[in-house]
Design a protein around this ligand. Structure first.
Ligand code: PEP
Ligand code: MN
Length: 279
């Protein structure tokens, strides 16, 4: 048996479907989470929520606590941001996904969010992982910036070992020698996770590339590779964004992405249904 026993395919052969208050992640559905990198204001968030729900996303993403490289950069609206996320999510029928950067924030985040996000920088914060394993809510576990697939699965095991098996894996790019893109999006991780684990896996082409022009083609490729969904940064006005503007889509470009990705998901479904005939 693998060290990461509970999350392994060996231990549990069937695909896990994570139910987020009635919206399913895994098992053939296309789960799209979208919204700004950071919650900046009431107006910005409401506009983003309206746009992403209209385009067909079922989840609103947005950071209230931002893990920024520089302490002088915008750190997020904290509790005020969480309240705005809940309000915008409820106004447009979207489930809320947001990050807790420290175990001590989990009780607060769990009051407002539907999915608890663990960020790349925290993938090996074992106290945070264990605390996430003790709450009754699904966890979105991002891959660390320089983590192997095995380390990432072991991080998921920390959550599962505390009793929470509602885990969604998220590939968000890794550090390589390439500088054209912010990270190198490792789409092979999707196939690897599908082989090694029963957990659903989604892809973040926004942080994975750092360039908005590359987000739509990589989103499409992720679905073709078998991902169960996507997390995409969308801002009403990317040029004015307080964080990650260069990788954020306008509502119009996000609508285009959704159109392409839906077609890709349909093609993949048709292929899987047909597959019997080819073998
Ligand atoms: C985010 O999704 O806002 C984020 C900070 O992503 P990551 O942890 O993957 O860098
Ligand atoms: Mn971001």
């Amino acid at each position: 048996m693998k060290k990461y026993k509970l999350v392994s395919r060996e231990y549990h052969a069937a695909d896990t479907v994570v139910d987020v208050a009635g919206v399913k992640i895994g098992g053939g559905s296309l789960a799209v989470m979208a919204g700004p990198c950071a919650v900046e204001s009431h107006a910005q968030l409401m506009e983003a929520a309206r746009a992403v729900s209209q385009a067909g996303a079922k989840f609103l993403r947005g950071g209230a606590f931002k893990p920024r490289t520089s302490p002088y950069d915008f750190q997020g609206l904290a509790g005020k941001g969480l309240k705005m996320l809940r309000e915008a999510g409820d106004a447009y029928g979207l489930k809320v996904v947001t990050e807790a950067v420290d175990a001590s924030f989990i009780p607060l985040v769990s009051q407002y969010a539907d999915v608890l996000q663990i960020g790349a920088r925290n993938m090996q914060n074992f106290q945070l992982l264990k605390a996430a394993g003790r709450v009754d809510m699904p966890v979105l576990l991002k891959r660390g910036l320089a983590s192997t697939i095995e380390e990432w699965l072991n991080a998921a095991e920390y959550i599962a070992s505390e009793g929470n098996s509602r885990i969604i894996m998220c590939e968000r790019g890794i550090r390589t020698y390439e500088t054209f893109t912010r990270n190198t999006l490792d789409l092979s991780a999707v196939a690897a996770i599908k082989e090694l684990s029963h957990l659903p896996v989604i892809v973040d082409p926004s942080h994975g590339t750092g360039r908005w022009e590359m987000v739509r083609p990589m989103a499409s490729a992720a679905i073709a590779a078998g991902a169960d969904g996507l997390i995409i940064e969308v801002h009403p006005n990317p040029a004015e964004a307080l964080s990650d503007g260069p990788q954020s889509l306008t509502p119009k470009n996000f609508t285009r992405l959704m159109h392409e990705v839906r077609l890709m998901a349909k093609a993949r479904k048709a292929f899987l249904e047909d597959e019997g005939g080819w073998i």
